[in-house]
Each structure stands twice: as structure tokens, then as C-alpha cells.
Design a protein around this ligand. Structure first.
Ligand code: SF4
Length: 452
């Protein structure tokens, strides 16, 4: 596929702040006046097994680019205490959700492999004791290769994990030094070797473009390096520079970043190299081997998007457990408390550690479906959506469609017989296209990361 040409004029015009649309509305709009009972009822109504996300927040060192909710510590016993509180939270949920089954679990962080093998075994016991797992529950885990040991991999295998996502970001020592994440290639090679030996059936590699000191040549080398690992999937994320929200990012001088045109070229080079190596480009920023489930879901129009990015999950609800975790149901989002002492205090008092959330209005639900469809299928069928959402699509989105004309003129979108389709050029501006359907667009300007 020939790379789409992007002019500096388009970059100036569309280099805006905007959400990544892993949720709609974005987490910026969660509020503390949300009634949790709505979310609980939604969860209780689930006939199919739900997904569970468990947040393990500890990391040994701080990566300066990081946008996650994490706690930096070298005290291993903090994880023992945290497991005590995860057990309390699981018990509370279990008492609320007597008829619900759990079909998928994902461990994110922080660094889940901050836990030592003994602590991972305890986590395994907690899951089996307190969560109503289906016999074929699917378990996945995020891992940091720089601190991973073979014993930890086997402990996660005992826990039932079959999928792993490893954070590499960039293999250049210059970039790694600038972001405070030294990670020799040997760590990545070991991680993949141990995971394959332990029977993990799917390995994803996370990369980030837009980091300090990256350039086209350096990132070409990164892609060459990571291809030697032959993972099943890649996520190639655009670095989110939000220093007003993540103050540690202020450590970076403003002139160390690749500019938006460089970033687009880095992305296009990477896409070409990954496609040439047998990976399918999926949605906004994912790649998967042609026979991978994610690529199949993409080709069949069955791809899903949620807080963890693109997935094939069928679950209508995700229950977040642990510090700062986000839950999602058909009609609401809710988030746990972010501060560890407050999280513990809520559980000590016998309360679910709720911080904030949002109940979706009918309009939110309609726009969530439309934006999700766009992010997952790159097209909208107005007739089918009118029927599915019980609206007259052209009428309901008259303003969005009028505004869309500018994006048609700029070559991002084409109107078709059945609706609209994103062009090859438009894939680079997918977040901008989705923003046309976002009712909160004007209220989040300057609060999100840059789209380019
Ligand atoms: S290891 Fe991951 S979660 Fe921890 S600081 Fe680094 S990027 Fe953030």
C-alpha cells in the first residue's frame, strides 16, 4: 500500500487536542455525583459472562513518559498489603453479583510483574476463591520485560494467563535513557522465549512513537529489532504528552520531540515495515498477524474497542477492580478511587471504593455506538445505524454531516451509497473524524493529548 501524502497545511489544521475514544464520553467527564446503583443493576442484568480488569499499580522506577496510574516503590511488602485489599474488594463485588460469571480477566498496571512469584500465586488463589470464573476463563497480563523473571512467567502461567502484552516502547538506548527506561534487547528476547515456553498463545508488543529523540532512522531500527521477536500483535501508540495532567512529563524539554510531520512519517514507515512482515493494520494503531483473532475480527467487522484498546471480547460489561480501575457497562462508566490510603479506607469501612462515574444519556449511547463503529470499522452505514439506534441518522447527525464536508474536501472521508467511509489518508486523522460526532468536543479542547 502506497503511503498517503500529508501536507503541512493539513497538520496545522488538524493537529488538535482530542480523545482516543477508548470510551465515550471520555474519562474527563466522569463526576462524583454518579449513582453507583445504576452500574450495579447493569452488571446484575448481564446474562453473558463479564470481563474483569484488575489494576496492579506498583512499579520499581518511573518512566518519564508514563500516563498510567501507578505507585513507584521498591518495597515488595506493599504488594502483600495491596492483595489483602484486592481480596476485600473482590468479596464486596461477589456479595453484590451473585448470578454473574467472569469469562475474561485482564491484569494491567503499573507493572503486574512487580509481584513476585509467591504473590502471583496468592493472587491466583484469590481469583479462584472470590470470583465466579467460567471454566474456560481467558486471562491476559501486561508485563514489563526489564524486570521480568522466568519464575514470574511460570507463576502467571499457573494462574491461567495465556495472553501477554509486553511494554517495549522503543529499543534505542538514546530514547530509553531520555525516558528513564533502560531495557536491553536481551530482556525482550528472554521475555518472549519464556512466554512461549510457558505456553502463552498470544504475545502483544507495545511501542510508542513521538517520544524524545526519536527520528525516522532510529524508529526503523526499533521496528527491525522488535520484528525479530515475531509477536502476534503490535500496538503502536501515539505518545500522549499531557504535562498538565502528568507532571513528570515536564522533565522533557520542548525541543526534544519529533514534530507532527516526523511523527506521521515514523508511523507510515512503521506501518509499511509491519505490513511487509505479514501484519494487518487494524483500526487506529494496532497490527496483528493475518491469522490472529484480532485480524480476523477486523476483517469480519467484529472488532471491539474499550478501555484497553482494540479487542475481540464479546463482554458487554467490564468490572474494574483495584486502585483507579475503570468499569464499563451498557449504560454507565465508573471509576475506583485513585489514592491508595482512600481506597483502603473505603474498603475498611465496608464500601466499594467508588470515586466517580457517568450515566450515559440516550444521546451518549447513540454517539458511543457511532464513534465505536467508526474506530472499529472505518465506515458508517446510515441506514443500518438508523434501524439499530431507532433514529433518522441523516436528521440526527445533520450538523455533524454538514461539518464533515470539510473532511471530505480534505480527502479524509468519502460519502458512499450507504453512508460514509474513511479513506487511506483519513486513517491518519481517525480521531479528528470521530470528533465530528462528539457532543463534548468543545468542552475538552486543550484537556486531551494531540491527535497528531
Ligand atoms: S513501567 Fe509502565 S506503568 Fe510503570 S512507570 Fe513505566 S510505563 Fe508507567
Amino acid at each position: 500500500m502506497k503511503a498517503a501524502q500529508v501536507s503541512p497545511k493539513l497538520i496545522d489544521k488538524y493537529g488538535l487536542s482530542g480523545p482516543r475514544y477508548t470510551s465515550y464520553p471520555s474519562a474527563l467527564h466522569f463526576a462524583d455525583d454518579f449513582h453507583e446503583s445504576l452500574f450495579l443493576q447493569d452488571l446484575k442484568d448481564q446474562q453473558a459472562p463479564i470481563s474483569v480488569y484488575i489494576h496492579l499499580p506498583f512499579c520499581r522506577t518511573m518512566c518519564w513518559f508514563c500516563g498510567c496510574n501507578k505507585i513507584i516503590t521498591r518495597k515488595q511488602d506493599k504488594a502483600d498489603r495491596y492483595l489483602d485489599y484486592l481480596a476485600k474488594e473482590m468479596l464486596l463485588w461477589r456479595s453484590q453479583l451473585t448470578d454473574v460469571k467472569v469469562g475474561q480477566i485482564h491484569f494491567g498496571g503499573g507493572t503486574p510483574n512487580f509481584l513476585n512469584p509467591k504473590q502471583i500465586d496468592r493472587l491466583n488463589a484469590l481469583l479462584r476463591c472470590y470470583l465466579p470464573l467460567t471454566p474456560d476463563v481467558e486471562i491476559s497480563v501486561e508485563l514489563s520485560p526489564d524486570v521480568l523473571t522466568e519464575d514470574q512467567v511460570w507463576a502467571f502461567a499457573r494462574l491461567g494467563a495465556k495472553r501477554a502484552s509486553i511494554g517495549i516502547q522503543d529499543t534505542s538506548p538514546v530514547v530509553q535513557e531520555a525516558v528513564n527506561r533502560p531495557q536491553p534487547m536481551e530482556c525482550n528476547l528472554n521475555a518472549v522465549k519464556w512466554l512461549r515456553e510457558a505456553g502463552f498463545k498470544s504475545i502483544n508488543v507495545d511501542l510508542i512513537y513521538g517520544l524524545p529523540h526519536q527520528n525516522r532512522d532510529s524508529f526503523k531500527q526499533t521496528i527491525e529489532d522488535v520484528l525479530t521477536l515475531s509477536p502476534d500483535r503490535f500496538a503502536l501508540f501515539n505518545y500522549a504528552h499531557v504535562p498538565w495532567f502528568k507532571p513528570t512529563q515536564k522533565v522533557f524539554a520542548s525541543d526534544v520531540f519529533p514534530n507532527p510531520m516526523d511523527k506521521i512519517e515514523i508511523f507510515q514507515d512503521s506501518r509499511a515495515a509491519l505490513e511487509a512482515a505479514g501484519y494487518t493494520f487494524i483500526g487506529l494503531d494496532h497490527f496483528a498477524k493475518h491469522d490472529d483473532e484480532l485480524a480476523k475480527a477486523w476483517n469480519n467487522g467484529k472488532l471491539k474497542r474499550d478501555f484497553q484498546g482494540y479487542s475481540v471480547t464479546e463482554a458487554q460489561a467490564i468490572l474494574g477492580i483495584g486502585l483507579s480501575s475503570v468499569s464499563q457497562s451498557p449504560n454507565a462508566y465508573r471509576q475506583n478511587i485513585k489514592e491508595l490510603d482512600e481506597y483502603e479506607a473505603a474498603l475498611d469501612a465496608g464500601h466499594l471504593p467508588f470515586a466517580k462515574g457517568i450515566a450515559l444519556t440516550e444521546d451518549d449511547g447513540i454517539r458511543r455506538t457511532v464513534i465505536n463503529r467508526l474506530m472499529c470499522q472505518l465506515k458508517l452505514d446510515f441506514v443500518a445505524l438508523s434501524k439499530e439506534l431507532n433514529i433518522d441518522f441523516d436528521d440526527y447527525f445533520a450538523t455533524s454531516l454538514a461539518d464533515m464536508q470539510a473532511l471530505v474536501t480534505d480527502g479524509f472521508v468519502e460519502f458512499t451509497d450507504s453512508g460514509l467511509a474513511v479513506t487511506e489518508l483519513g486513517r491518519l486523522f481517525l480521531r479528528n473524524i470521530a470528533m465530528q460526532f462528539d457532543a463534548y468536543r468543545d468542552r475538552q479542547v486543550g484537556r486531551c493529548s494531540q491527535t497528531l
